[in-house]
Design a protein. Sequence first.
Length: 125
Amino acid sequence: MDTHLTAEAMSHMPFWVTGPHQTDGFMWVVGFVLVGALVGFGALYFTIQSIPDRMATGMHKVQIQLVSVLGLISLFTMNNAFWIAAILIAAVPLHEVFPSARPKETLPDAADKDGLNIAEEVADA
């Protein structure tokens, strides 16, 4: 049996079928599209993955570090719960939720800030 294609048989083939010893252009186009799609989706994935880090920019150092560690854990484990936790921590200013443990002001200092003097109050009474 002869398996060679004649010129007449090749004229009836669709445009994506190439002849023997010819470059398959359609394969190259599909290959470039697939590589481009892979790079594009990878860039989109890493852009979405970095949203909590960008949200935490300008916050306190501890909050930025916590968001960054949660982002890395979610990136390496593919666990979305860590990413959601990072988003929530980045969205809420922690210094408002958990006030720092600074020593409280003494009563006379607090009164002086309001323009009141305790000695004057006692004298007026």
